[in-house]
Ligand binder design. Structure first.
Ligand code: CTP
Length: 398
């Protein structure tokens, strides 16, 4: 986003206070940010906060009575590489949909020559009203991109749809806008990530050290390339928000399998990076196990292989990619898994080298396709590995 001109339009809703963080996030990515506000929005966030954070004077009126200066809305509109209106109240939305221009922000919107994004925010009944839906539809038909409101706690105390998308989500959308690589647009990708936790009793589990970072990096990059992503993850600290992301949390291998089975038929690609526990306790104790004996034996039984299920149930148009974590005979074992699980490709992760594998921020992998093409990716960040893997996989995806 370095040097890109982002013009933010703030209207008078309570979510306006969140725009302070958004300006920070955009500036941190290198964007130049200018802000315009409706007069009502300054009841929710001060122009001083907005101008200080954006490092640029804020436009509210056409005319500054103190200095006698006129702010040219056409010039502001031409300055913008992209316009983001957030939050947009029901009132401003209606005015935008009908071409009103009775304030600086609306006049600039009407003068836009660049792409426009609109993030509505209002109470749930206003958001659900057919008038709002009609206005959003109308703006979309006119070429604006709508960033849908989210569900959650609202300023009224009610819970439901209407909350403005979070600043991190808005940032993602703008960041994606400037990404020219849309090689995965119209593709639906399912990604599994993180560890599974297999319950022993109500408070204990068998797990592993997988952080989920690789799967989340893949999801983040795929979204940037225009994909619709369903990310199914075990317990993790990783976070990701995006309008084209469906994030599903699971704990055990059995839950993972059930979720994959539900989602798989709609997907074009499956990338299975989760570190699924191979075994689970045969019985889960109903009560916490007490330390009565000196020894405790837990009988383990095999978990279903989620990746093998997907390989066995894929159509010719679907593509399945597995991961193999190996400590020895890496290539040989990975090839054997590729064939046994009927995969289109497998990513080999060889443990034992510094900077490779679980937890860390870097990785070194090899991609092996079913036609035996081997591509090595040198030690680098998981985000960069994800980028390169997706670029390489694009060649084998229909
Ligand atoms: N996998 C899976 N379900 C399982 C076990 C593994 O979906 N129950 C997937 C992983 O997400 C990964 C791939 O299978 O994509 C390889 O996992 P790995 O543990 O390396 O291989 P296994 O097939 O479990 O074989 P082994 O543990 O014997 O090496």
């Amino acid at each position: 986003m370095h040097g890109k001109h982002v013009l933010l339009g703030i209207t008078g809703g309570i979510a306006a206070y969140k725009i302070a963080s958004l300006i920070r996030l955009l500036k941190r990515q290198g964007a130049e940010v200018r802000c315009m506000m409706t007069p009502a929005s300054s009841d929710f966030i001060t122009p001083l906060t907005v101008s200080t954070l954006s490092e640029h004077p804020v436009a509210i009126d056409f005319y500054d009575a103190k200095t006698g200066a006129w702010t040219n809305h056409v010039e502001w509109a031409l300055w913008a590489d992209v316009m983001l209106f957030a939050p947009v109240t029901a009132n401003s939305l209606a005015k935008m949909a009908h071409g009103f221009s009775d304030n600086f922000l609306l006049a600039t919107f009407l003068s836009a020559k660049c792409p426009v994004y609109i993030a509505p925010a209002m109470d749930l009944d206003m958001y659900a009203h057919p008038t709002t839906a009609r206005n959003l539809d109308r703006l979309q038909q006119d070429g604006a991109h709508i960033i849908p409101a989210e569900s959650g706690e609202l300023a009224s105390g009610l819970i439901g749809m209407g909350r403005m998308a979070e600043p991190e989500t808005l940032l993602q959308v703008i960041d994606d806008h400037f990404s020219s690589d849309k090689s995965y647009s119209e593709k639906k990708i399912l990604i599994t990530a993180g560890p599974t936790y297999e319950a022993i009793d109500p408070v204990r589990f068998i797990g592993n050290h997988s952080s989920g970072k690789m799967g989340f990096a893949l999801a983040e990059r795929a979204l940037k390339k225009g994909a619709e992503v369903t990310l199914i993850t075990g317990p993790t600290q990783c976070k990701l928000e995006h309008p084209n992301l469906r994030l599903i949390h699971i704990h055990s291998a059995e839950e993972l399998l059930a979720t994959v089975q539900q989602e798989w038929s709609n997907q074009d690609v499956g990338i299975f990076s989760a570190a699924v526990a191979d075994y689970r306790p045969a019985e889960i104790a109903e009560q916490k196990i007490k330390k009565k004996e000196d020894e405790l034996t837990i009988r383990l039984i095999k978990n279903p292989d989620v990746l093998a299920w997907a390989g066995a149930h894929k159509t010719d148009a679907q593509c399945v990619v597995g991961f193999a974590l190996e400590t020895n005979n890496g290539l040989e074992n990975a090839l054997e898994k590729l064939q046994r699980k009927q995969l289109d490709a497998i990513v080999l992760n060889e443990m034992g080298e510094a900077g490779v594998g679980f937890g860390g921020d870097t990785n070194r992998v090899q991609l092996i396709t079913k036609s035996n093409k081997i591509t090595r990716f040198e030690l680098q960040s998981k985000t960069e590995i994800a980028e390169q893997l997706l670029n390489a996989l694009r060649e084998i995806i229909l």
